[in-house]
Design a protein around this ligand. Sequence first.
Ligand SMILES: C[S@@+](CC[C@H](N)C(=O)[O-])C[C@H]1O[C@@H](n2cnc3c(N)ncnc32)[C@H](O)[C@@H]1O
Length: 241
Amino acid sequence: MANEDKQNKIIGMFDDIASTYDTANRVLSFGIDKQWRKKGCDKAYEMLGKSKISQIIDVACGTGDLLLYWKDRAAKKGIIVDKYIGIDPSVGMLDVAKHKVEFADFIEGQANDIPFGDESSDIVSISYGIRNVVDRRKGLSEFYRVLKPGGIIVILEFTKQEKSGIVSKIVDIYMKNILPAIGGLVSKNYAAYKYLPDSIEEFLTTKMLEDELMDTGFKVKYTKSFSLGISTLIVAQKPLA
Ligand SMILES: C[S@@+](CC[C@H](N)C(=O)[O-])C[C@H]1O[C@@H](n2cnc3c(N)ncnc32)[C@H](O)[C@@H]1O
């Protein structure tokens, strides 16, 4: 399948599951994703070390969950953020986000063509989205371009498992069998939740993703895997000029 067709198919799939996405997410992650998201935001704010931030862009924002954490964690730390932006190509996901996250501006768009100028943002984030960006290299270079020197990129993602053994067997059974069954039930779209483990299998390991970030010019500052290695957080920085 041509890259453009592949990308459009992925976006269409998110349009189809948009209305049930949040419910399925909470059920499938047992609510633990809240901790993963908080940690990503806290680490970024800590590394940036600013009390006033002009712009945070959340790419592949989906229904806007991560933006809620960006705001909440900023408030807890007394950080002022002028602008929160959410970008996503799925109109269905954006519709949900617009109702849920009133403080942010939302733009229909893709990671590989971010409609902001060079060095316009302090933080760029992408949670469980980079796996869906077919032209990932272009996406990463766009993140680099729009960040100010010293700016931070936060990636949360399900990376491909490197380990074998009993733990990864359990994770495998959950991801390949239980998750598509429950996700399919909640969303009435089994294919979309079968896509999740398949796309993880086709995706990069954490080490490979770190290497791609470094090839793009980022300095990888912090990597942590959560919950038996299911989810990974990578925080990287665009070097100061
Ligand atoms: C699994 S959802 C994650 C949503 C949200 N970030 C979260 O943490 O819940 C993946 C999102 O990636 C978006 N997406 C797919 N292809 C994309 C692309 N090329 N650029 C940006 N976002 C994309 C989808 O529309 C979808 O909303």
